[in-house]
Design a protein around this ligand. Sequence first.
Ligand SMILES: [Mg+2]
Length: 368
Amino acid sequence: MTRVEARIEKLKTAAYTIPTDGPEADGTFAWDATTLVLVKAFAGGREGLGFTYADASIAGLIAATLARAVEGLDVFDPSRAWGAMQRAVRNLGREGLASTAISAVDAALWDLKARLLDLPLATLLGRIRDSVPIYGSGGFTTYSDDKMRAQLENWVGRDGCRSVKIKIGSDPGLDPHRVEVARRAAGDAALFVDANGAFSAREALRMAQAIGELDVRWFEEPVSSDNLEGLALIRASAPGGMDIAAGEYGYTLDYFERMLSAQAVDCQQADLTRCGGVTGFLRVAILCETHHIDLSGHCGPAMHLHAACAAPRLRHLEWFHDHARIEAMLFEGAPVPCAGQIAPDLSRPGHGLEFKSADAAKFLVEER
Ligand SMILES: [Mg+2]
């Protein structure tokens, strides 16, 4: 293959705020809309696409600071561009919004490189697996029992998911009842719960005992994910067969190293759209391998899919209701579950996603 010479020419970005299909809440937050920030990167007559779920305000950071950092660099070296972006935000703080912005740009640059080489991104990265298991995730605390039951039954029956997850923690008195309803609806599939850090360590231990009797296999963020001692304590005391998970708010490799070293989780979570894009996510995966702990991708399944195929110890991806709905609505080529898995379409270059600009126009809130 002849190597194409190309430099990163420019970045464009736009933010879209999409209303949810009903009121949604978990143990510590409620929302009625989700904002997707899209990045387009241009080189050699091609366009790469990346996105994150964040705040529309990062469009300014992407269009000015990050664009300045990466424009003119060799498009075939996305990891070098990643380093340049990390340096560019040093004085702003690398975590939080800056890292979501870097994640979207990094994903666009990896997509662009793959498209220029006319390769599926998973092939460029090097596949360890052909497809990735997903678990259905929703079961918001705003849902009636009937609505939650129907959602879980669809994931298990229609999509073939082998595990499903609901939110708990906004009304602890009601949680055992909701978990029982979910347990019955899940049938043969494993049941996961996510408290989003709603409980104190003592409350979480009591909840772990109560829901352990209902065969809950995964207790996510039983306490704040910043409480590493609390997570480790609950992990040591939870009923056998119940995994403790956390990590969705990790933005830097140091964060994941601290969580893994504290032996705080049975399965490490990481969000590619927050932790530094494809470059950051694959580094977290290597860290998990050295700690002998599995990795689970948090939300944004269409953006995770190709990197997930190349990530060691990848257990599954979260098929989050909001994001799966938005990605199917706004991207041609968004993955469709089959037998509880999603797989990259290897007939398309890059990550295979094309943005449906016309369909998205009504949600546009910012454009640079
Ligand atoms: Mg969570």
